[in-house]
Ligand binder design. Structure first.
Ligand SMILES: C[S@@+](CC[C@H](N)C(=O)[O-])C[C@H]1O[C@@H](n2cnc3c(N)ncnc32)[C@H](O)[C@@H]1O
Length: 219
């Protein structure tokens, strides 16, 4: 798997532990394994794809919570959208938002090709605008794109989440840079974690899994 992000400032998890966790986590279905392969062939890098441990964690959350309607911000090639869709009942739906034209094309091909894609609706465009047009409640929101605006998405999508629903935000440790944020993305993510921590409308647990996952429940 090709990489493109720089070296982490702190090693959040020991690489051997990461590998051990990966090995002992339920493997992806044949469809998803094919999606990973096809993404790797199509792109220079695929490290934006959330990967087995986070993907299986999302699947587990969808199953345990009984979520039926899911919103995802940041589709990339469709990995996490399809993982969650595999966990949904037949009448469930993942609405996923993506602005990059190339990723839209690859993701739509994947949704057309793989069975669980029937439950995925890709909406093309900038999530900042698109979320204003969304109606109805969501049971689960997966935030995984536009890291510069995590605080904005928290405020803008919390009203769309049902009471008791889950918002799951990925990369909330941003290679450890949230400890001493310097660049704009690190500052935005650190601000997001701070906002969530002091917001009385939610309870949350920030898990140091991979690049950090914040699991937020609306009270
Ligand atoms: C980390 S990747 C998503 C990975 C995907 N969830 C997965 O696990 O396979 C983030 C994605 O968000 C998209 N993105 C960034 N800013 C966006 C915006 N304002 N609106 C829509 N998509 C955006 C990027 O193009 C990229 O594909």
């Amino acid at each position: 798997m090709k990489k493109h992000r720089g070296k982490p400032i702190v090693q959040i998890t020991n690489p051997d532990i990461d590998e051990y966790s990966h090995k002992h986590t339920t493997p992806e279905s044949e469809d998803i394994s094919e999606l990973i392969q096809s993404s790797d062939e199509a792109l220079e890098y695929i490290d934006m794809l959330s990967g087995r441990v986070v993907g299986q964690f999302l699947k587990m959350m969808v199953k345990i919570s009984g979520a039926k309607r899911i919103l995802e911000i940041g589709t990339f090639t469709g990995y996490s959208a399809l993982m969650m869709a595999e966990a949904l009942p037949d009448d469930g739906e993942v609405i996923t938002l993506e602005m990059n034209l190339k990723f839209q094309e690859i993701a739509q091909d994947h949704f057309d090709k793989f069975r669980a894609g029937e439950k995925v609706r890709l909406i093309k465009g900038n999530a900042q605008q698109l979320i204003k047009e969304l109606t109805g409640e969501f049971d689960l929101i997966f935030m995984d794109g536009d890291k510069l605006r995590y605080p904005f998405y928290f405020e803008a999508t919390l009203p769309l989440l049902k009471k008791g629903g889950l918002m799951i935000a990925d990369n909330v440790l941003w290679d450890g840079t949230v400890l001493a944020p310097e660049d704009e993305k690190a500052k935005s993510i650190a601000e997001f974690n701070k906002l969530v921590a002091k917001d009385g409308r939610v309870e949350q647990v920030l898990l140091p899994v991979r690049d950090g996952v914040n699991v937020i429940r609306k009270l």
